[in-house]
Design a protein. Sequence first.
Length: 318
Amino acid sequence: MKFSQLKYYLIIGICVLLSAILANYSPKVDPQTSPGVVQPNPVPKQDKRSQATVLITGIRSGSASGVIIKSHDKYYVLTNKHVVGTEPGPENKYQVKSYDGNVYQEITANNYNRLVQNGELDLALIELPTESQNKYTAAKLSTGVSESMDVSVSGWPQCLPQPQYTFYDGKISNQLSDRSDIEKLPKNDSYIQDKDRNYNDGYRVNYTNATLVGMSGGPVFNKDGNVVAIHGMPGVAKDNTPKNCNSLNTQGAGNNWGIPISLFLESDLAQGKNFDPIKAPPPKIAPTPTTSPKNTTSPSDKEIFQCPDRGKQEGWCK
């Protein structure tokens, strides 16, 4: 009887020991190397992209992004109209926050019409207080956009426990110069579903960068750190459910649309302001090759004309 009890306790002890060993041996998955899972890019606070990209909270669907720009001695946040286009209720407010959590501006029902300007395009300007102790970092604007150029989309994806700043690299893949270019888009591009509205809202630039929910209104930077477009629309359907910040999945999220800065500068929002953009260089025109004048006399002409003997004698032909 004692031997049976000893055997029983021995088996239980071995099982407990094996369970502990296996628990400690379980392999850990590195989210940075797992396919389809990315960590936000580590960006130092002194990076101008992160300092110029703001977080906008208080939105019914969660949060969004924007970028600080400057006209004369005034600072603004340029974002999408669909981000702040609705006046907050009596008990609600929008907050514009910096990379390190400072609140740059609070927008309530009382000051909404004074601080927020909604444009004809899907763009809006939020005026920042000039008397603030905050030192704003304004991004430079550029009108230079061309296909295949390197760009990065900067913003604040909605994730848990709270939005986290990141940026994703990619390239300009397409530009719409007029409405007829829409017909050349792939049939599965969600742009086509509401093509007239999307075109009228200003969405003309397509890029391969991944974007996630919460990055609407974020800037599209060129390699020099200048803003060439404002992100605002996905080209494919996306899952809007907030995920953990350490396991954001960007698979299939690389077809997106933005509004070029050139359209913003031509819009009603920019009237009466001077954002001092960096102008796109004029297109290079190939020199027209010069050609030597052609000999208009054909061999047949020489055969038809025969110099008579008199002409040869008088010297007026040979």
